[in-house]
Design a protein around this ligand. Structure first.
Ligand code: SAH
Length: 203
């Protein structure tokens, strides 16, 4: 890939959820945003690393990582329908080293360690505290975590992270389009403020 734009165009080709499940908060990361995040991570890397995509969905974050810098990607996802599409997406690439771990992040017993976790977890709007459960699990997998959250929850999450020995070392704001698919009276697209939080383990 020669540019962030080229990466975005590549990621745009991936299939997304057929019928997003709102109870699982299935909102895919837009290709432009995924490319921006992955491009920035890649710029700071000097070697290949292992990556866990927690709540991988159809896999855009993990696949983007594999294209740019990951020597191996662990995709963790509980929804079988999402995993089917993830598998179709992976089948379009040769040479990606990956493992799909099917299950609920709260019940999967053992998850392998990796260098970084990259995730767009549920924001915890439908399932209260699912965002912090994802973070807590991510903190057990890697010493560096890239996670997307509603900007309005940042201060709360910052305190949560500190309690678990992790601090925010960088952040970036994005706007997520939230299509009003649930409400047929409103056709407009609402935007929500989302922050990429970069966490590192305290010494
Ligand atoms: N990472 C993908 C998908 C984001 S949507 C992307 O960026 O496009 C959040 C994903 O988390 C969905 O695929 C949903 O099925 C999954 N998920 C929700 N609750 C989960 C749980 N408890 N354990 C594992 N995966 C879960």
């Amino acid at each position: 890939m020669r540019s962030k734009k080229e990466l975005a165009v590549e990621l745009q080709k991936l299939k997304v959820f057929d019928k997003p499940k709102f109870n699982l908060e299935q909102y895919p990361t837009e290709a432009d945003i995924a490319a921006d995040i992955i491009w920035d991570i890649n710029l700071k890397l000097s070697e290949e690393i292992t990556v866990t995509d927690l709540g991988a969905g159809t896999g855009i974050l993990g696949i983007g990582s594999a294209i740019m810098f990951a020597q191996k990607v662990y995709f963790v996802e509980k929804d079988k329908d999402a995993i089917k599409i993830l598998q179709e997406n992976l089948d379009c690439y040769e040479g990606i080293n990956y493992e799909i771990l099917e299950g609920d992040i709260n019940f999967l017993m053992k998850l392998p360690k990796s260098d970084i976790v990259i995730m767009n977890p549920p924001f915890g709007t439908k399932n209260e505290h699912l965002d912090t459960q994802f973070l807590e699990r991510a903190f057990t997998i890697a010493n560096k975590v890239y996670s997307l959250h509603k900007t309005s929850t940042k201060d709360f999450l910052k305190r949560f992270g500190l309690k678990h020995g992790f601090e925010i070392v960088d952040e970036k704001e994005y706007e997520f389009p939230l299509k009003q698919t649930m409400n047929h009276h409103k056709k407009r697209i609402e935007k929500i403020e989302v922050s990429l939080l970069v966490w590192e383990k305290n010494n």
